[in-house]
Design a protein around this ligand. Structure first.
Ligand code: UD1
Ligand code: CA
Length: 458
């Protein structure tokens, strides 16, 4: 029977080298707070409890994450990693395993954590270590001549010989909780940094005949911590490269895997092609054969099969139907649904509207709070005047309507089936089915009129 798992995530630190008022663990990687990455990956272990130690920034961290499933423990003064664990004592299940993670180490893979937890037991402590070419700053793993772990020595407390050890403490460990509770009582801060070091429990474990077993991540980037904006940017690139490679492996064509940003979940069908510099935010689905042109931004949207997004198109919380052609330079805003074979062209903004199949809005238009029927042609420069300064009103454009260029439709208004609106009209009343309606003053010619000429300078 496996022991109940408690995850403790340490995230009280300020992150001085970020030069930011925001607590470090709230800085975003791929659009998501660093801490959320650790919460999401450890969540896949189905822990019995997840406890987060927060400190710097007060309630900013629990408020930003805003999830009552986690136990939030405040460490008002950051007196070391051991001191952070002491704050969690009353929340821990004493008969279980405590997995310690850092809120600023976002890329540790679930399998790495699973392996580590699996080697821990009632009398076994799992320690995640790795050999680094440059181990500066890290705690070093001191082993006996048979290879058994003896203790961890922090860089600042280490002598020259200890500093030459390449095997480092990643900080991630799976600890039998019953022992941990005893060891925490005995920690002291009698060291170079005057901190309560969690790492001191390793020597206590050895003394108590608790076996210390090490495991190792498959990749060095799994244990990278973020202490500065430079490291944040580096880890962001690493993360994006991984996403790009996953997409490529699934058969998505990326014109340049180094120039895509996915800040959320991007799900692609078959034969999808994505050109350079596109940003995907939140949940985005691209159907089979979708082509995304360069420089598109797509947020929480679904793009149905066969649709082509030309460059510089923005989709935000909307759905496109099959075989749409959208862009370049189109902006489709929240609450919009486009049915199949819809064309939306350059400098067209659509908001909170339904556009039925076969309709075209190809140039320089604003369609807001509107219902557009099938096979409608909306001429260049058409504006739905949906806002009277206080309230929004709907525009209904029924099937087979033709709207001439430069028309204003003042909502609430309905253009009935098959109607035609003459170019340059301001339509303020409903227009009848199948008829031509227009509102325009008659064209006149003033014969003999002369253009003004520039007066000579005096
Ligand atoms: C720690 C380890 C070191 C290891 C390294 C890996 C100790 C004593 N040392 O060192 O062996 O090689 O991590 O990166 O554990 N934190 C709190 N409260 C505190 C202090 C820290 O929540 O009072 C959190 C920080 O926000 C951070 C994590 O614990 O997320 C690690 O703290 P940090 O100060 O970076 O530890 P290091 O000195 O780097
Ligand atoms: Ca650190």
């Amino acid at each position: 029977m496996s022991l109940p798992l408690n995850v403790v995530i340490l995230g009280a630190g300020k992150g001085t080298r970020m030069y930011s008022e925001q607590p470090k663990v709230l800085h975003k990687l791929a659009g998501k707070p660093l801490l959320q990455h650790t919460l999401d990956s450890s969540g896949l272990l189905n822990p019995h409890k997840t406890i987060v130690v927060y400190g710097y920034g007060g309630n900013a961290v629990p408020e930003a994450i805003n999830n009552p499933d986690y136990i939030w423990v405040q460490q008002s003064e950051q007196l070391g990693t051991g001191h952070a664990l002491m704050q969690t004592v009353s929340a821990l299940d004493s008969e279980g395993i405590t997995l310690v993670l850092y809120g600023d180490v976002p890329l540790t893979q679930v399998n790495t954590l699973k392996t580590l937890v699996a080697i821990a037991g009632e009398n076994r402590l799992g320690l995640l270590t790795i050999e680094l070419a440059n181990a500066d700053g890290y705690g070093r793993i001191v082993r006996n001549k048979n290879g058994g772990v003896l203790r961890i020595v922090e860089h600042k407390d280490a002598n020259e010989q200890e500093r030459s050890i390449c095997e480092i403490n990643t900080g991630i460990m799976a600890i039998p909780t019953k022992h941990l509770l005893n060891w925490l009582k005995n920690l002291s801060n009698n060291n170079a940094q005057k901190e309560y070091y969690l790492t001191d429990i390793i020597e206590m474990a050895v003394n108590d005949n608790v076996e210390v077993v090490t495991s190792h991540p498959d990749h060095e980037w799994e244990i990278l911590g973020i202490n500065s904006k430079v490291q944040l940017a580096q880890v962001e690139r690493l993360y994006q490269t991984q996403i790009a490679h996953t997409l490529l492996a699934q058969g998505v064509t990326l014109m340049d895997p180094a120039r895509i940003d996915v800040r959320g979940d991007l799900v692609c069908g078959k034969e999808v092609l994505i050109d350079v510099n596109c940003i995907f935010e939140g949940k985005v689905q691209l159907g089979d054969g979708v082509v995304v042109g360069a420089h598109c931004v797509i947020r929480n949207s679904t793009v149905a099969a066969g649709t082509r997004l030309e460059p510089f198109t923005i989709l935000d919380q909307c759905e496109t139907g099959l075989n749409n052609k959208i862009g370049p330079f189109s902006r489709i805003r929240p609450g919009t649904q486009l049915k199949e074979d819809v064309h939306v062209g350059n400098f067209v903004e659509i908001k909170n509207s339904q556009v039925d199949s076969g309709s075209k809005i190809n140039h320089l238009s604003y369609v807001g709070d509107s219902t557009v029927g099938k096979r409608v042609n909306v001429g260049a420069g058409t504006i739905t005047c949906n806002y009277d300064g206080a309230n929004k009103h709907r525009t209904i454009i029924e099937d087979d309507v033709f709207i001439g260029s430069d028309t204003q439709l003042v909502a609430p208004v309905t253009v009935s089936k098959g109607a035609t609106i003459g170019a340059g009209s301001t339509i303020t009343r409903d227009t009848p089915e199948g008829e031509l309606s227009l509102s325009r003053s008659k064209q006149v010619t003033v014969t003999g009129w002369k253009r003004p000429v520039k007066k000579a300078k005096q």
